[in-house]
Ligand binder design. Structure first.
Ligand SMILES: [Fe+2]
Length: 303
């Protein structure tokens, strides 16, 4: 891959690592720790990464052990390259375990330096809020998870956090990282689990200095825009949704990928999807028939 031009912030965008604390296979089929290791290994030759983000569903079980794994693997990869490391919770994450290991999600700052955090107690009802400055870009993480549910929402506290963070323009613009994308969902299950209030997010993004919104959740690469701001959805590390199947069924294939996103000083944005070749790729990792999809949608969607 080309080396980023001077002044460009290169972001390695990972999502949906679904790590388990006890090594249990994701959906009974995928060793997600091995998938993450294979991906990071494959990306080892990519030059000039200044920031690594994991845009939610970091953990499958919310255990501190699973967050320690992401801290070790992704944080270690970032630190060795002098890159910052930022994560945000998704619907599978649990805020208590997340905070215990990853604090406010801004773990490593510019140059891969450990950021200092004071251990504060937060009730799990309080969204994880963080921001940092990397190469002149403000990186704002917005927690769209709703405790106990699968769908997403930018609640009042998270919206206020974003509004406050964006109140003053950053030298080279801002980057927003969140889990539930403000884009249409590819299947009926994901439609039930989508972001409920993209309009409220759009109102804050409109006329802001945000250059890109980085999201996950759909386990497949999508690109779109909201209020004129590009929205990039990273492929899943855990598996790859098969979006060509029936709308009311959910199928995912064995497959691991990421985005390499270049954000230039002049506003140019360039995203390169990366997929890791694996011997068992494209076998089914998950299949939910229409009835099972509908039941999960009813259990995890809005009341
Ligand atoms: Fe998710």
């Amino acid at each position: 891959m080309q080396t980023p031009a001077p002044g460009t912030l290169r972001i390695l965008h990972l999502s949906d690592t679904h790590l388990t604390g006890d090594g249990a296979l994701h959906q009974g089929t995928v060793d997600t720790t091995a998938a993450l290791e294979a991906l990071l290994d494959h990306l080892g030759a990519v030059d000039g990464v200044g920031l690594v983000v994991v845009s939610g569903d970091v953990s499958e079980d919310g255990s501190p052990e699973s967050y320690a794994t992401v801290r070790r693997l992704v944080g270690g990869w970032a630190a060795r390259r002098g890159a910052a490391f930022v994560a945000v919770p998704g619907n599978h994450d649990q805020r208590a375990g997340f905070r215990r290991v990853l604090f406010d999600g801004h773990v490593l700052g510019e140059g891969g330096q450990e950021l200092l955090h004071t251990m504060e107690h937060h009730d799990p009802s309080v969204p994880v809020r963080g921001r940092s400055l990397v190469a002149g870009r403000r990186v704002v993480t917005v927690d769209t998870s709703v405790p106990g549910a699968g769908y997403g929402e930018v609640g009042a506290a998270a919206l206020e956090h974003l509004r406050t963070a964006l109140a003053e323009p950053a030298p080279h613009g801002s980057v927003v990282v969140l889990h539930h994308p403000p884009l249409p969902a590819p299947t009926s299950l994901h439609d039930a689990l989508k972001l409920r209030n993209p309009g409220e997010l759009a109102a804050v993004l409109r006329d802001s200095d945000v250059r890109v919104v980085l999201a996950g959740h759909y386990h497949h690469h999508f690109a779109g825009s909201l209020a004129g701001v590009p929205v990039l959805v990273a492929p899943g590390v855990a598996n790859d949704a098969d979006v060509t199947g029936p709308y009311d069924e959910e199928t995912a294939l064995v497959g691991t990928g990421a985005l390499v996103v270049d954000v230039a000083e002049d506003g140019l944005l360039w995203s390169t999807p990366v997929r890791v070749p694996r011997p068992d790729a494209d076998q089914r990792a998950l299949h939910l028939d229409a009835e099972t999809s509908a039941r999960i949608a009813a259990d995890s969607g809005p009341a």
